[in-house]
Ligand binder design. Structure first.
Ligand code: UD1
Ligand code: MG
Length: 478
């Protein structure tokens, strides 16, 4: 890449976001699984910029906490918030000394693409070799309805002269359709000098970042603009209607990216696949599936209708139908559902089958094992090639503590058994249907725990004590 200029990003995220009508700071609202701020930062990283100064103010602690552990993040505090120019002034002391250029973005523009940021950087870098290097480059956009945005004022030769805010614009300036998208790259020195000269003599009584443009132009510095090809990219989110629209666009982009990488999605508009999800090629996704968080689906899988999968991993060639997975891992060629519920800590090896109305929690299930119907397996270690009969449950909870059930390899658990933990069923053991197991079952043994069957001969309903009592009552009432 041509960009050898040390660039630091400044992200303005101190505003209140009044129109969100929320206790949550605006930039922490989610779009397709990331906060808006995380999404902006993601694009900044993807554009090759490793250091960022995030300017926080409203909800500062929450915003800082949301980025804990994120590499390259420096924070500056803006309190009170006196405008975007004031905001960037607060960032200056946190900008690394070797910075040559500063990329400034708003924390509420989650649709900006990293490609656009790269394009801005490349243009900026290319101009540094010219006789008169650029002092600033801004991202603009042509809108049919520019209301609310700052307008780009150019001279007769087309040079950028100023940005005029809607509230300060003359009727003629309001006719300008080229708007300021709120993304800029400035030469660091030129930015520092212009910021020092800002005032707040304007309709809103704020220190406008946009005024650095006219300050630079009047000082004879060169400015330029890149026009975003897609106007959607530049939209800022100010209310929840725009938030939903931004999220819808990101879901759409994600589905498109996956399809181009070899994933089949039968009806992309019915599926919600969050931005950090990974899906392997030749996986087929039926309608109404939602994949959330850090989910990873391997290649060649089938996610049949109505799967809700969160923070889970699924191995190659597995088939999941109408099931809910949360913090679970599934091996290769597994068969899950319909109506399976895999809860946190469910760890399934290859070729496992979990069938209808089976719930697995904090349990390891060995390869080739089956829990085909109506079971609860919690806090358990299940070996390989085990068959858990219909209706079997692990009784893992004694009202105070959770206990472990251990089942060896090749065990057959008959239908409707209760395994009262802590308990161990050793390899090759067999449990007769309907047993309640409370003690170790030794390897290769058959455990039967049932009361002997009684039989009363020639029984019929008319002679039963209940039937006789009812008959007597009826006679008495006549
Ligand atoms: C700003 C631009 C406008 C542009 C538009 C693009 C200015 C003066 N105007 O207007 O030209 O068309 O963005 O969306 O810059 N913020 C702070 N501290 C502050 C004020 C704002 O951190 O004191 C942050 C906000 O949290 C937000 C961003 O800066 O993320 C933009 O602020 P906002 O008030 O939305 O500016 P606009 O009026 O939209
Ligand atoms: Mg705005």
């Amino acid at each position: 890449m041509s960009n050898k200029i040390k660039t630091t990003a400044v992200i303005m995220a101190a505003g209140k976001g009044t129109r969100m009508k929320s206790t949550l700071p605006k930039v922490l609202h989610q779009v397709a699984g990331r906060t808006m701020l995380q999404q902006v930062l993601h694009q900044v990283h993807a554009a090759g910029i490793d250091e960022q100064v995030i300017v926080v103010g409203h909800g500062a602690d929450e915003v800082r906490a949301s980025l804990q552990g994120q590499p390259g993040c420096h924070f500056a505090l803006q309190m009170p918030q006196l405008g975007t120019g004031h905001c960037v002034q607060q960032a200056l002391p946190k900008i690394p000394a070797d910075t040559q250029a500063v990329l400034i973005l708003c924390g509420d523009t989650p649709l900006l693409r990293s490609e656009t940021l790269r394009q801005m950087q490349e243009q900026f870098a290319a101009s540094q070799t010219a006789d008169k290097p650029l002092a600033g480059l801004l991202l603009t956009c042509l809108l049919d309805n520019p209301t609310g945005y700052g307008r780009i004022v150019r001279d007769a030769a087309g040079n950028v002269q100023a940005i005029v805010e809607e509230k300060d614009a003359t009727p003629e300036q309001k006719q300008i359709r080229e708007i300021n998208a709120g993304a800029y790259i400035f030469d660091y020195q030129a930015l520092q000098q212009s910021l020092a000269r800002l005032d707040n003599n304007n309709a809103q009584g704020e220190y406008y970042l946009t005024d650095v443009i006219s300050l630079m132009a009047t000082a004879g510095l060169r400015l330029n603009a890149v026009q975003a090809a897609d106007p959607l990219e530049t939209t800022g989110v100010n209310d929840r209607v725009q938030l939903a629209a931004a999220a819808a666009e990101l879901y759409h982009r994600k589905a498109e990216e996956l399809m181009l990488a070899g994933v089949s999605i039968i009806n992309p508009s019915s599926c919600y696949i969050e931005l950090d999800v990974e899906v392997g090629p030749d996986t087929l996704i039926y309608p109404n599936c939602q994949l959330r968080g850090r989910t990873k689906i391997g290649p060649g899988c089938v996610l049949d209708t109505d799967c809700l999968i969160t923070d889970s991993e699924v191995g190659a060639g597995s088939h999941i139908t109408k099931s809910v997975l949360n913090q679970a891992s599934v091996g290769q060629k597994a068969e899950i559902g319909p109506f399976a519920y895999l809860r946190p800590g469910a760890r399934l090896a290859d070729n496992v089958k979990i069938g209808d109305f089976a719930e697995i929690k904090n349990a390891q299930i060995g390869s080739g094992s089956k829990v085909p119907h109506l079971s609860y397996i919690g806090d358990a270690e299940v070996g390989e090639n085990v068959n858990i009969g219909c209706g079997t449950i692990t009784c893992n909870y004694d009202g105070v503590n959770k206990h472990l059930t251990k089942i060896g390899n090749n065990v057959f658990v008959g239908s409707n058994s209760n395994l009262v933990a802590p308990v161990c069923v050793e390899d090759d053991a067999f449990i007769a249907a309907g047993s309640t197991i409370t003690k170790t079952v030794n390897a290769g043994a058959l455990a039967v725990e049932r009361s002997p069957q009684r039989e009363i001969a020639n029984w019929n309903r008319e002679k039963s004590p209940k039937a006789q009592a009812v008959a007597q009552q009826q006679n008495g009432s006549k």
